[in-house]
Ligand binder design. Structure first.
Ligand code: HEC
Length: 477
């Protein structure tokens, strides 16, 4: 069944390619369906309408690699070393690459869909949602994680190295000073955040960020995911301590997919994720950091019963391995099981139940394929490796996972809300034990959903990227 659906997926790819010669959509290239090519090969990363998805938009003013025709053609032809932008000359003909270049250039004067406005009401199966856009401007880079410190005040991380207060639903214009510098490229930066379970007593705030050994402006600086904690003194970040830090020998250049979501379980353990850092061959190794979920005590010490404690050259904070890019994690309010979302490559995004010492299979088993259409692996199952509860192809680019425990939406109690970046939606997953019994898309197309958090009054706060916004969901009336 599972290998069947993979073959169907591949069949669709091949059929689409077969059709290319016969569809006429572009005057300059009468035999080429350039939009079809774009949707097939580029949209997953750059967005259906070039508004950006897993990676940057292609309708924009500032171009990293040049807007002139020749440079854009070369970028597509030869790729960008060290990023997921592969050399498309391996999959596409020169004529097709020429067609795509002109297609991107021709789109430059159209309005990007990311300017789509956020609606103020949305119908769902159980409720009419009132959607209040609290913050829609003032961020200095993409907001990533939100945490409420009390009923009125929340903290927000900004990807390029910012920490901000939101008070009574308004973004405080004055940024918090004293947070560490982070990397300035791609999906790295300042990411997940969590509050100490005893925050009211000790004030500790935990942040996961990518620490560069140099200034971090380029991918050639060695860097690694780090977890720190500190306290807030008004608009100052103080008392900073490292709680997870790897030796310099385990810092890498040219990395991508660094993680990093933070989460405390009910017993008070701190979990955090590090993605594969673009190093597939190290994901199965317990001596290397990439592709793992970690578990530590809040002060950074290693729980004695962590699965690899005492193993030769192991990073003892490792809790599970084979996790390509874990983006959301939460504990089921009734069963206490820990659930997590994970990005596959092209296809194969996963929802998993996390158990200590288990191997989630990347890159030996996967339901996805490489971005250029080639296989990562031909296997979807292997002995000793976990199967996802559910997997999605094509990839929605799943983000945060939140079990709803508030009182405002009683019909959603203990169900999972899962955000998606590329699909720009929130999925409501109804669970029965270890199974997803139904899936509803709550809303779609208002931006990349990055973080979902329930406030103490039961309202749901959603952090959106492109456009950058914070919205609050409550039942209408
Ligand atoms: C797997 C993801 C992925 C896919 C698929 C992909 N790209 Fe990219 N692309 C990137 C990344 C990563 C960059 C570097 C900039 C960034 O981080 O967003 C990039 C950059 C570019 C740039 C340069 C942007 C600039 O600012 O100078 C162009 C042009 C581009 N891609 C075109 C394409 C086209 C055309 C396709 C389809 C044939 C494609 N890309 C498919 C990931 C991808």
């Amino acid at each position: 069944m599972t290998s069947l659906s993979r073959n169907i997926f591949r069949g669709v790819v091949i059929l689409t390619l077969l059709h290319l010669g016969f569809i006429c959509a572009n005057g300059q290239y009468p035999n080429m369906d350039v939009d079809g090519l774009y949707q097939q090969y580029c949209a997953a990363c750059h967005g259906k309408n070039m508004e950006g998805a897993q990676y940057s938009p292609l309708i924009k003013d500032t171009w990293l690699y040049g807007i002139d025709r020749k440079r854009m053609y070369n970028t597509i032809m030869y790729g960008i070393t060290g990023t997921d932008m592969i050399a498309w000359s391996t999959a596409l003909s020169k004529e097709q690459i020429n067609g795509l270049t002109d297609y991107i250039l021709a789109k430059q004067d159209t309005v990007p869909s990311s300017e789509a406005s956020i609606p103020d009401r949305v119908e769902t199966e159980h409720y009419t949602l009132k959607v209040e856009t609290l913050v829609s401007e003032g961020f200095r880079s993409s907001p990533w994680s939100i945490q409420f410190v009390d009923d009125r005040r929340a903290l927000l991380t900004e990807r390029r190295g910012g920490l901000r207060w939101m008070v009574d639903g308004k973004l405080d214009p004055q940024p918090i000073e004293g947070v560490p510098a982070t990397t300035q490229y791609g999906d790295s930066g300042m990411l997940g955040m969590a509050l100490d379970p005893d925050y009211d007593k000790n004030g500790w705030v935990y942040i996961g960020y990518i620490h560069p050994l140099g200034d971090g402006s380029t991918k050639d600086t060695p860097a690694m995911t780090r977890v720190i904690r500190g306290r807030l003194d008004g608009h100052r970040w103080v008392d900073q301590e490292d709680v997870f830090r790897l030796p310099e020998s385990l810092h890498f250049t040219q990395g991508k997919r660094w993680g990093c979501r933070l989460f405390f379980d009910k017993e008070g353990y701190l979990y955090f994720s590090i993605g594969d850092i673009g190093r597939n061959d190290e994901v199965q190794l317990i001596s290397k950091p990439g592709g793992k979920l970690y578990r530590i005590h809040p002060d950074g010490s290693i729980p004695k019963d962590n699965p690899y404690v005492g193993w030769m050259s192991a990073i003892e904070a490792i809790y599970t391995i084979g996790n390509r890019n874990l983006q959301g994690i939460d504990q089921h309010p009734e069963t206490g099981q820990i659930w997590a979302t994970e990005h596959g490559p092209m296809g194969g995004d996963e929802l998993n139940i996390i158990e200590k010492g288990k191997n989630y299979g990347w890159p030996l088993i996967s339901y996805g394929i490489n971005y250029d259409g080639s296989d990562v692996t031909t296997m979807t199952h292997m002995k000793g490796m976990e199967q996802p509860v559910k997997h999605w192809t094509p990839s929605p680019a799943l983000s945060d996972l939140e079990f709803y425990t508030g009182d405002l939406f009683p019909k959603w109690k203990n169900q999972a809300l899962v955000g998606a970046l590329a699909f720009e939606e929130i999925k409501r997953l109804e669970l029965d034990g270890d199974k997803v019994v139904s899936e509803e898309v709550l809303f779609k197309g208002i931006g990349r959903i990055r973080d979902i958090n329930t406030a103490s009054d039961g309202s749901i706060y959603v952090v959106i990227n492109n456009p950058h916004a914070v919205v609050r969901l409550t039942p209408a009336d």
